[in-house]
Write a protein of this length. Structure first.
Lengths: 276, 328
């Protein structure tokens, strides 16, 4: 007869199951390598367009424009990092929506490990595999382009901050997905979240170029921790900024995780009372 | 035999707000909501003993899925009590989940893009099954279910029948004492259905598992279950052994005669000829009026009989009759 594990063994089991789900997410992306390649190709196309645009802006060298503030080619490198993170984030909100709307959630609630933790771990695995695939394509493209690159340490900073930025993206999309318990279709909240991530996260231009009040406001949001903190290391690499950025990312991960736990608890109460 | 499922006066009502038509009505609805209540399960009580194989059947909206959800712990009842394997399901869902296996015919628990082997490996972690136990159990199930060549193919490339075999294996990997099967053969062809039914019956028998099954396919009920609980409008209409139910509700048997002559006529009270092919005559016998052996004797007296088959009527007819009786 199978007995219920003790609390410590239970925690270890939960972590082992989450790691297993993470590995499954990675393997799924590797198994679907043509899709991963397609995603990397799309990244390169986007970067070709954006680098042409930003190089032209920088080439004008007009006073008061971005060219005077950033290092040569800096904007392209910045956008290369932010796009890398953005295109890698798994669409966990769609998976949650499917599970909730089409009743796929029920069999998964009948498992001993927390459903949402398993889903998040799986999507983190998806995101990690994409970061690896798209990141490799980005590095090859940068080497072939002959552009001047930041110091090697900047890439190490970006790699670490990019992974945590991707994790924040997954958690933000998790919140969007959980909205399906109340609104059924997550497209409206998704669009709000995505646009906020683009604008306040500085997807196309560093938020440090925004007016001061907007910059400070954006820094106070999780969106800056999603993309700006990593991207900024490509134009102004520093150990101090790396440390502060990492601390901010970890703080946001904790805050969003707590928020997710609260929303999930409310959702679970709703399911148990009303059904899916 | 001790009960592993006991249900006492279980009720579940759902409340929803009825939307009003028109802008003005909709606006007024913001202030005075029109709340409707639906009694999905209306005070049902039953017990299921260990090793029993029980079908819970009923028309759509009868309350059987709601009952199963409450028994598995994903829905709280409005009132009443239930214990499953000594747990209160909706309060101890996680503990209960180690002891139950669940198959939802229309909802996959496997990861489509990956081979079933990867899903099984993750399920081992989810259910905290020791590696050695898992390997032995998987090998046994793979052999019994003929899954060897399929394990390393992505699930999305498997046929529905192959996928369903994998789903059932996935639900058994942690060695559950109780299996909840919701439409396990839906959409399968005849061969695949037969394989699934044989497997469930044999495996449950060998492992001493209790099975609770819902299905709209009456052959699933006939061939897998030894007891049927019929639910209609949230209430238990019938709770009987499968064989007894079939006889009580129709009191009919089917006698099929294969003959040299293209057609055979039998004139006995309560015996009705059904439409059939040449050389095959099917008679429906009301056993309350005429005994089956009297029909056989009459047929043999005519001569030229090559084969005789005596069957119970199909379960579809039994269920149709039960529903009709319940609504009369």
């Amino acid at each position: 007869m199978k007995s219920t594990p003790l609390p410590r063994a239970e925690l270890a089991g939960t972590i082992a199951a989450a790691l297993s789900a993470f590995g499954l997410g990675v393997r799924r992306n590797l198994a679907n390598w043509p899709i991963l390649m397609g995603r990397a190709l799309f990244y390169l196309v986007v970067m070709a367009v954006l680098s042409a645009l930003w190089d032209k802006v920088a080439g004008q060298n007009l006073p008061g424009t971005l060219a005077t503030v950033l290092p040569p080619g800096g904007l392209t490198l910045y956008v290369g990092a932010t796009e890398w993170i953005t295109l890698s984030i798994a669409a966990i909100h769609l998976r949650l929506e499917d599970d909730i709307r089409f009743g796929l959630l029920e069999p998964q609630l009948l498992r001993p490990k927390p459903y949402l933790l398993q889903k998040i771990a799986e999507s983190m695995g998806d995101t990690f595999a994409r970061l690896l695939g798209i990141g490799a394509a980005a590095l090859v493209a940068l080497a072939l382009s002959g552009r001047s690159a930041p110091p090697a340490i900047a890439f190490a900073y970006v790699a670490v901050l990019g992974v945590f930025g991707g994790a924040i993206g997954v958690l933000l999309y998790t919140l969007v997905g959980l909205a399906a318990f109340w609104v059924r279709r997550v497209l409206p909240p998704y669009l709000i979240m995505q646009k906020s991530m683009f604008i306040l996260g500085g997807l196309f231009a560093p938020i440090s170029l925004y007016p001061d009040w907007l910059y400070h406001a954006a820094r106070l949001t999780p969106f800056a921790a999603n993309t700006f903190i990593a991207g900024n290391q490509m134009i102004a690499p520093s150990a101090a900024a790396f440390g502060a950025g990492l601390a901010a990312q970890l703080a946001w991960i904790v805050i969003i995780a707590i928020l997710i736990a609260l929303v999930w608890r409310a959702a679970l109460r709703k399911i148990l009372r009303e059904g899916v | 035999m001790s009960a592993i499922i006991s249900v006492e006066n279980l009720r579940k009502e759902f409340r929803y707000v009825r939307r009003r038509r028109g802008f003005a009505a909709g606006l007024s609805g913001l202030f005075a909501r029109d709340i409707q209540t639906i009694e999905a399960v209306d005070g049902i009580s039953f017990e299921i003993a260990a090793r029993e194989r029980v079908a819970i059947i009923g028309p759509n909206g009868a309350g059987k899925s709601t009952t199963l959800k409450m028994l598995s712990g994903i829905l709280e009842p409005t009132s009443g009590a239930a214990r499953v394997l000594d747990f209160v399901p909706w309060k101890q869902r996680r503990q209960l989940s180690y002891r139950i296996g669940v198959v939802f015919g229309q909802r996959s628990q496997l990861w489509a893009e990956l081979p079933a082997r990867d899903s099984f490996a993750l399920l081992r972690r989810i259910y905290d099954v020791e590696a050695k136990t898992f390997a032995a159990r998987l090998a046994q199930l793979v052999e019994r279910f003929g899954l060897g060549a399929l394990l390393d193919q992505p699930v999305q490339r498997l046929s529905l029948g192959q996928r369903m075999r994998c789903e059932i294996v996935a639900s058994l990997l942690h060695g559950p004492a109780l299996l909840f099967l919701d439409e396990p053969t839906i959409g399968l062809d005849i061969t695949a259905k037969a394989a699934i039914r044989d497997f469930i019956r044999e495996h449950a028998g060998m492992e001493g598992q209790t099975v609770v099954l819902t299905s709209h396919d009456t052959r699933d009920i006939e061939l897998v279950c030894d007891r049927v609980i019929v639910i209609n409008a949230g209430r238990i209409v019938v709770d009987q052994p499968t064989d007894q139910l079939r006889r009580q509700f129709l009191g009919h048997r089917l006698v099929t005669l294969r003959s040299a002559a293209p057609r055979i006529e039998i004139s006995l009270p309560g015996v009705v000829r059904r439409v059939s092919e040449p050389h095959i005559s099917i008679f429906e016998v009301d056993t309350r009026t005429t005994r089956v052996d009297a029909v056989v004797e009459a047929a043999l007296a005519l001569g030229g009989i090559e084969d005789i088959t005596i069957e119970d009527p199909p379960m579809e007819e039994v269920v149709r009759e039960i529903y009709a009786a319940a609504t009369r």
